[in-house]
Write a protein that binds this ligand. Structure first.
Ligand code: PLP
Length: 367
């Protein structure tokens, strides 16, 4: 690929993040109507009605800069989570906080330990800062924390743990996390990415990262309003950590990084527990349906604690993905993660799940 000659040397190796295809693009390219997107782990139940009302109410204020300190959102969330306001940082999606953590703590040739496969942003953010990514293969689709710990050395600055992981869907248990954190030296930052926290929270042995913060000033827990709260399009997430860690992140944060509408919508969504419950239940029901149907189609799935399922089609998934696209169903092929026979499907509404299974069945049967 050609780059402008002034581009910083380390950036030529950085892969561009490939997001799931937008519905409009698929409809345009394939001449379709009613395409459905089950590709980006969004909330199929939509945004909270209370969040939508808050956005409408505040629309006329968008000529002003937002509150750079997210005062109301910070106050409300600190009460809900039982942490100090000074322990919170907000981001333009939790993505931004992952990038800021790397920007603040990782310099040239420093090492960042990640699982393989995992969320692609960890690698991209590290390369962008000229850091070195150390990938530790998963064991049977679960984090191999012993192997990750063995990779820690004096150059290690940061370890990413997505809990649950994306694109895999499995999680690190409370006991595993506790044992791991004990063995991480205090100079190494552990970022515990809990983007799917609300879906996994019902599992008995799933850890709430915030409970570990008092013992570990090197721990940063990130969460998002993009998934269970249905606000992916607004871009708002948060990080919780020791105030010293938060101060460090604030050094590299843009002053007005969370927009005004995102702040009021997130605040309203926090209090819409009915919508949250409905969303989590829809995911649990959809997961049970899809797992049953995948079994019937003899497609192996990986256990998931999230709103998506990683499925091994047992054949090259790229042509199946293309045919699903043509049928108006957008999923995610897993080739970029090196999982060529896998797709990742986001759990949709009942009718969407049924349409996906019907189309997949036809494609796999060669109809
Ligand atoms: C593991 C993980 N972390 C973080 C994110 C980022 O979410 P957002 O930036 O929308 O908060 C995602 C989104 O897909 C994810 O899967």
């Amino acid at each position: 690929m050609q780059f402008f000659s002034t581009l910083k040397k380390n950036l030529s190796a950085v892969k561009n993040y490939q997001p799931g295809k937008p519905i409009e693009e698929v409809e345009r390219e394939y001449g379709l109507k009613n395409a459905i997107k089950m590709a980006s782990n969004e909330n199929a139940m939509g945004a909270s009605p209370k969040a939508l009302a808050a956005i409408r109410k505040n629309l006329s204020k968008i000529y002003r800069y937002p509150d750079g300190g997210c005062f109301y959102l910070r106050n409300r969330l600190s009460k809900i989570l039982g942490v100090e306001g000074s322990q919170l940082v907000f981001g333009n999606g939790s993505d931004e906080l992952l990038v800021l953590a790397v920007r603040a703590f990782v310099g040239e040739s420093d090492e960042v330990i990640i699982a393989d496969p995992t969320f692609l942003i960890y690698e991209i953010a590290t390369q962008t800062e000229s850091g070195h990514v150390v990938k530790v293969p998963m064991k049977n689709f679960h984090y191999d924390l012993t192997a990750m710990q063995a990779k820690i050395n004096s150059r290690t600055k940061l370890i990413f743990i997505a809990n649950p992981d994306n694109p895999v869907g499995t999680y690190v248990s409370k006991d595993q996390l506790a044992a791991f954190l004990k063995n991480v030296p205090s100079h190494v930052v552990v970022v515990l990415d809990e983007a799917y926290f609300e879906f996994a929270a019902a599992k008995k042995d799933y850890p709430d990262g915030i409970k570990f913060l008092s013992a570990y000033p090197n721990l940063l827990v990130t969460r998002t309003f993009s998934k269970a709260y249905g606000l992916a399009g607004l871009r708002v997430g948060y990080g919780v950590a020791d105030p010293a860690m938060i101060n460090s992140l604030n050094k590299v944060r843009e002053p007005f990084n969370v927009n005004l509408l995102a702040q009021v919508a997130a605040l309203a969504a926090l209090d819409d527990t009915a919508h949250l419950k409905k969303s989590v239940k829809a995911v649990a029901d959809g997961r049970a349906y899809l797992e049953k149907e995948f079994k019937r189609l003899k497609v192996r799935t990986i256990d998931t604690a999230t709103n998506f399922i990683l499925a091994d089609l047992g054949v090259d998934a790229a042509p199946v993905y293309e045919k699903l696209l043509k049928s108006g169903v957008i999923v995610r092929p897993m080739g970029v993660w090196g999982l060529k026979t896998f797709i990742r499907v986001t759990i949709g509404k009942k009718a969407e799940n049924e349409r996906f299974i019907k189309n997949l069945n036809q494609i796999l049967k060669g109809e």
